[in-house]
Each structure stands twice: as C-alpha cells, then as structure tokens.
Unconditional design. Structure first.
Length: 344
C-alpha cells in the first residue's frame, strides 16, 4: 500500500498558547502563521488530520481566523518545492499572491505555489489541503499556477471537490499506481488539462469522480420529471457522450436512474415510510409514474415485493441490510478500479 492511516493532531488538551504554538509548528513547513491583532491566544482553536498518499500529503484542517504567509526566507529554508491545492468547506481566504489579489471562498478551489511568496488572511475555516510535488504540474501547466482558482459555482468544481474528498477518505486503500493516477487526475481537473489521451488509470480516476458527482445529482433529483441525460451532463460539466461512457457499467443512464430510484424506495420502505404512505405513493415520490411498473421493477431487482419490506425490516435488520447493501452505489474506489479494467 502507498499510505499510512490518517494521523490526527488533537490539541484540545493544551492551553490556548500551547495550542497555537503546536499549530504553528505543524503548519510551519508550508506557512508562517500569526493571529489577527487583538486576538486572544488563549481561545485559539486548530485541528489537523493528515495522511501520506505516496508523495502527496493530504490534510483536513480547521481553525480560527489567522494570517498565513510565505516569505523569501521561508521559501529558502523550508526545502518544500511543492504546490498546494485547497478546497474550503467553510470560511475563505483573501490576500496578495506575489502581487496578485486573490479571494478563495467556500466551495472554491485554490492553488498556491510554495516557491512564490504570499500573504493571506483566512477567516475561521475548515478545508482540505493537498501538497503535491511540482513535477506533477509542470508538464500540464508550467506557468500561471500561483493563485489559480476554480469558481465554486462551476460544475467542474463539484467533480474536483468530490475527487479531493475521495482521495482523503479512501487514500489509505490505494496502491502506489492508483495514488499517482488519482493525483494526476486531480491536477488535470484543476488546471483544465485534457484527460482523453492520459493513461487509463488517470482517466479512470477522473471518470470515477465524475460518476460519483452524477450519482449525487441524480439522488438529489429523483423526484424530478425532467431528470434527463442532458440535464445530468450539464450539472456535472461533462458531455453527454462522457456521461454515457461512465455509466455504461450500470447498463446505461436509464438503468442507472431506475436503480437509484429503487434504492431510495427501499430506504423509505425499510425506514418505516410505508406506515405513513402507501407503496403507490412511495413509488411516485421516487420518480416512478406507474405503481405497477415500480412493483415489477422492485421485485426483479430485489426478489421481494415492495409491500414485503416493512415486515422484513421488523423481523430482522440483517435481511434488509443485505438487500440495501446490494443496492448501494459502488464505492468510488471500486468504481475507479472497474473503470480502469474496462479501459484496458
């Protein structure tokens, strides 16, 4: 395997001044930090969890508002010649990146070049940070990287956020080749580089994250009568052809949507919704237009009638758990490996 289990730094047992000193030590290879003027160091909060994914460092961090900077002295002494990709789940930062004014808000993705100076201020925040060797970038975009930003409202940002989150959550299960492919896919997504001619592993990693984004969109819009291939592709920022390709292993888009609707219905039936709503009402609520069609599709998918599920749930959770496990969307890692195999 390529990585260790995540390492968490719990600073809560320390005094405020000790917490800030330890926090400063943790981030110092990358940034110098200081609190805003007038801040009470005794109330400072900061947390971090890191994992090493091959030659990439992934960190989930959160903290109170603070200044981050990287001076020529820090650049000279740190020995880090990397680039940083950050996605803020909460909070934002603004500042001067080598003469360029940049603001990166919640949901947006920003890039920092550790060989260039900067001075930023971050409000109270939580973010996901990946520290990536420079050579991963230069072949795709040798210049204009420092201060690069992906607007959070762009569909592409949804895929990047998903990709970064999956790398952090599943990274300890990746082998070295998969770790490298996931990193290359992330860099390509952030820099706007084409992946059509990339190695199969890179294409599979990017496709798995696009697929996960499509799945999320479909799940949030199951009751919409206008849930069409064009609408899904537009929401994910991918072409219709790409959408068909990444859902091919599900039997196509129609089969993918049907299975997600059946999975939602199973969740509702097993969760007691049938006590408040009829099976027919549940069928309509998850997007079926015919109760008879829903019942046939449900029986074909799970081997039981929809009306049987509440009783099965009362008799034993294991029975329904087995059914639900069968309908859950494949994990991102499994999808990536399946897509990789299909690409040859």
């Amino acid at each position: 395997m390529s990585s260790e289990s995540p390492t968490s730094f719990d600073l809560r047992a320390l005094s405020g001044a000790e917490r800030f000193e330890m926090w400063s030590t943790l981030v110092r290879p990358l940034f110098d930090v200081r609190l805003p003027d007038g801040s009470d160091v005794e109330t400072f909060r900061g947390e971090a969890s890191t994992v090493l994914l091959g030659d990439v460092v992934i960190a989930r961090t959160s903290g109170d508002g603070q200044h981050f900077s990287r001076t020529s002295g820090t650049i000279r002494d740190s020995g880090w010649d990397h680039l940083v990709i950050q996605c803020y789940d909460r909070g934002a930062y603004a500042g001067d990146l080598a003469g360029q004014e940049v603001v990166v808000g919640s949901g947006e993705i920003g890039v920092l070049d550790l060989a260039r100076p900067f001075e930023t201020f971050a409000s109270a925040f939580s973010n996901l940070t990946l520290v990536i060797p420079r050579e991963k970038f230069v072949s795709l975009r040798p210049s204009g990287i420092h201060g690069l930003k992906v607007d959070g409202t762009r569909p592409l940002a949804r895929i990047i956020r998903a990709h970064m989150g999956f790398m952090a959550a599943e990274g300890h299960r990746l082998d070295l080749a998969e770790a490298a492919a996931c990193t290359d896919a992330l860099v390509a997504l952030v820099t706007g580089a084409a992946t059509a001619d990339a190695p199969p592993g890179v294409r599979a990693a990017a496709a798995a994250s696009a697929r996960a984004t499509a799945l999320d969109f479909v799940d949030r819009n199951l009751d919409s009568p206008g849930l069409s291939p064009d609408r899904i592709a537009e929401a994910c920022g991918i072409s219709r052809a790409t959408l068909y390709r990444i859902l091919e292993m599900d039997g196509g888009i129609a089969a993918f949507i049907r299975d997600r609707r059946l999975a939602r219905a199973l969740d509702l039936l097993a969760g007691g919704a049938a006590e408040r709503r009829s099976v027919e009402r549940i069928a309509f609520d998850v997007g079926f237009t015919s109760a008879a069609h829903f019942s046939r599709a449900f029986k074909a998918r799970f081997g039981v009638r929809p009306s049987d599920v509440p009783e099965l749930a009362r008799e034993g959770a294991a029975v329904v758990a087995a059914l639900k496990a069968d309908t859950r969307a494949a994990r991102w890692l499994a999808d990536m490996r399946a897509l990789r195999a299909s690409l040859g």
